[in-house]
Design a protein around this ligand. Structure first.
Ligand SMILES: [Zn+2]
Length: 339
């Protein structure tokens, strides 16, 4: 793994200057949590059932977005004032679904989570809902939100049956809706899917109908895009949604299906976080979106390299903390160092 890149710094810097007003309001402070790595000791390589994690946040009153490293899947925790909510609870078959789920639980345990104010499932793919049933069994959950697309997978059917049987409040959301925020001063707007689900043949396209939310706390905003792809991005742009955000959770694990230039321009993120598994079979992140990310900002974080990535804000400034030391900048092609 490479330590530094210099060749691309100038272009990144040029773009960065365009973002200056935002960055003045919210100066980026990067802390590599080496101490936590020491405490963490072994992490996912150790026996999953006995994994314990050190918490990555010290100020529980800050509004935090925790992009948890669960491999090639999404599980993103939002927290503030001792209240928590989860966006996706994904699993992956590699290295194993149990490992992803145990990692998620260990992470929630590290923050003493016993209740989730809501569980938002962006869409019905396994890498976003795989652990959802176990989450509902282990934690008290206030409300489950999703886009209402009916999926035929056994995982989804079992999940919905449990929600119905246990009478867990369930609500379908779409663009224009606001999710009731459990946190004072935080708003949670739904920007996608637009009212008409994006169709592909007879069936709604699962990824394109991802629930996209923007979480705003005073002057700082997080945009979480699930696996939304080009059509969804175009639909949000056409609808005139206010996409501008300081921190972007990149769509679809950094796939070339997502993160078009127009969309990125509208978001104009100062920090981009990609959730993906090391050596994943899809080749994520793809080169094209990664090049566009690098043009946008030099502050790019990846769960395959950084482990858990946590962005924390008091509403004015924000900081990024990673589980592993953040030892690279602007890596476009991972094996480029050989050149
Ligand atoms: Zn996915």
């Amino acid at each position: 793994m490479v330590a530094k890149k210099s060749g691309r710094t100038s272009s990144a810097r040029k773009k960065k200057s365009k973002n200056m007003p935002k960055q003045i309001a919210a100066a980026v402070v990067v802390i590599a949590a080496a101490v936590c790595v020491l405490i963490f000791g072994g992490g996912m390589a150790g026996p999953a059932t006995s994994t314990t994690l050190a918490p990555l946040i010290t100020d529980e009153h800050a509004f935090s977005m925790h992009v948890i490293d669960v491999g090639q899947a999404d599980a993103i925790l939002l927290s503030k004032d001792g209240k928590f909510a989860l966006v996706d609870a994904g699993e992956t078959m590699k290295p194993s679904e149990r490992e992803a789920r145990d990692k998620l639980f260990a992470y929630l345990d590290s923050l003493n989570v016993t209740r989730l104010e809501f569980l938002l499932l962006t869409h019905q793919d396994y890498d976003h809902i795989g652990s959802a049933l176990d989450v509902l069994k282990k934690y008290e959950v206030g409300t489950v939100y999703d886009n209402g697309v009916v999926h035929t997978s056994a995982t989804y059917e079992k999940l919905m049956t449990h929600i119905l049987d246990q009478k867990i409040p369930y609500r379908v959301v779409a663009a224009g809706d606001v999710i009731t925020s459990p946190w004072q001063g935080v708003t949670l707007e739904v920007l996608s899917p637009q009212k008409d689900l994006i169709m592909s043949g007879k069936n709604p396209d699962i990824n394109e109908n991802s629930v996209v939310i923007k979480a705003v706390y005073q002057n700082v905003s997080y945009l979480l895009t699930g696996d939304a792809e080009k059509k969804a991005e175009e639909a949000m742009l056409a609808a005139g949604e206010d996409l501008n955000a300081d921190i972007l959770k990149a769509g679809h694990h950094g796939s070339s299906t997502s993160s078009t230039q127009k969309f990125l321009n509208a978001v104009s993120p100062a920090v981009i976080v990609i959730s993906l598994g090391e050596g994943n079979e899809y080749g994520h992140p793809h080169k094209e979106p990664l090049e566009r990310f690098v043009q946008m900002t030099e502050h790019i974080y990846r769960t395959d390299m950084d482990g858990d990535v946590v962005v924390t804000t008091d509403g004015n400034v924000y900081s990024v903390v990673t589980r592993k030391a953040h030892i690279y900048e602007n890596v476009i092609v991972p094996n480029q160092a050989a050149a």
